[in-house]
Design a protein around this ligand. Structure first.
Ligand SMILES: NC(=O)c1ccc[n+]([C@@H]2O[C@H](COP(=O)([O-])OP(=O)(O)OC[C@H]3O[C@@H](n4cnc5c(N)ncnc54)[C@H](OP(=O)(O)O)[C@@H]3O)[C@@H](O)[C@H]2O)c1
Length: 279
């Protein structure tokens, strides 16, 4: 069975539209301010898609596209201005940043109540302590998909192939808090194939098909496979999974595109509306 992120994200967007109508009756007009530093073409596309999704549901956007030579201090000043701007409810800092900027300093300049990506130390700490406020959008989107398709997590062995602060680490906490037993793997993990083969739920986010492809011989029959990875091969967007063969063996699987991607965007909209509704 295919897990359709497109279908689930549309249902969530319909709920968001209704929520925004209620907010507008209270004269609250949800607004997302994006910050894009430099001219990385992939980042520019991601930001454009986020603006488009906001306008589809009625969230206002403010675009801050900045030259890559900006000093860290100036970037932090911009964030502080947005923190104080009452018309802005969410701040999205598109990553990665140029290498001369310390991304942790800049992320943590965002006011926690506007940190709709859930990446500040404050929001990451709340999640760690089982008191989540804003949860990073991709892990949150994965959890919504698992819930929508009634995947029972209790006592299941889940493996995550990724240890980033954006994906693997927050996702591991969410799965753990839902009673799964979680293993986090990375580029130095030994016997990765055996570990994957022993797992009920496999979540992969490597994004480099040259070094890693999840093939059918890696997976247990009837496993659940969530593919977060994004690679571009001959101009085509693909995930980490050999979808054609793996899909014949497992019980549930996300396609790429049309799986986790639309859910990440839907969660960004949801978190922005949540930030606005807390006023
Ligand atoms: N669909 C979406 O909405 C969405 C959202 C976010 C991210 N993504 C995609 O997800 C992927 C990961 O994103 P990210 O920001 O988390 O990137 P990242 O920080 O580069 O994470 C990649 C992870 O893969 C691990 N890895 C690399 N080669 C491996 C190998 N041969 N075997 C096992 N693990 C390996 C890395 O291990 P080390 O830590 O040891 O380097 C790292 O933990 C990218 O393709 C990104 O585009 C998609």
């Amino acid at each position: 069975m295919i897990i359709s992120g497109l279908e689930v994200s549309w249902k969530i967007k319909e709920e968001i539209i209704i929520e925004i109508q209620h907010l507008k009756k209270r004269s609250i007009y949800p607004c997302l301010s994006t910050i894009l530093v430099g001219d990385n073409p992939a980042s520019a596309i991601y930001v454009r898609n986020k603006h488009r999704a906001c306008s589809e549901v009625g969230i206002k956007t403010k675009d801050n596209t900045i030259n890559s030579s900006i000093e860290e201090k100036k970037l932090i000043e911009l964030i502080k201005t947005l923190n104080e701007d009452e018309s802005v409810h969410g701040i999205l800092l598109q990553l990665p940043l140029p290498t001369h900027i310390n991304q942790f300093n800049v992320i943590n300049a965002i006011a926690p109540q506007k940190d709709i990506d859930g990446l500040t130390y404050y929001n990451a700490g709340l999640l760690l302590n089982k008191q989540p406020s804003f949860i990073p959008c991709t892990p949150l989107g994965v959890m919504e998909l698992l819930k929508y398709y009634n995947v029972d997590l209790k006592g299941k062995d889940a493996i995550i192939i990724n240890r980033s602060i954006l994906v693997g680490k927050p996702l591991s906490l969410l799965l753990l808090d839902n009673d799964a037993t979680v293993m986090i793997c990375h580029s130095n993990t030994h016997n990765l194939q055996d570990k994957i083969r022993n797992s009920d739920i496999i979540i992969t986010a490597v994004g480099n098909r040259k070094f890693f492809t999840l093939t059918a011989d890696f997976v247990r029959k009837d496993a659940v496979v969530i593919d977060i990875g994004i690679s571009r091969v001959n101009g085509k967007v693909i995930g980490d999974v050999d979808y054609e063969n793996v899909s014949k063996k497992v019980s549930l699987i996300t396609p790429v595109p049309g799986g986790v991607g639309p859910m990440t965007i839907a969660m960004l909209l949801k978190n922005t509306v949540l930030a606005a509704s807390r006023l």
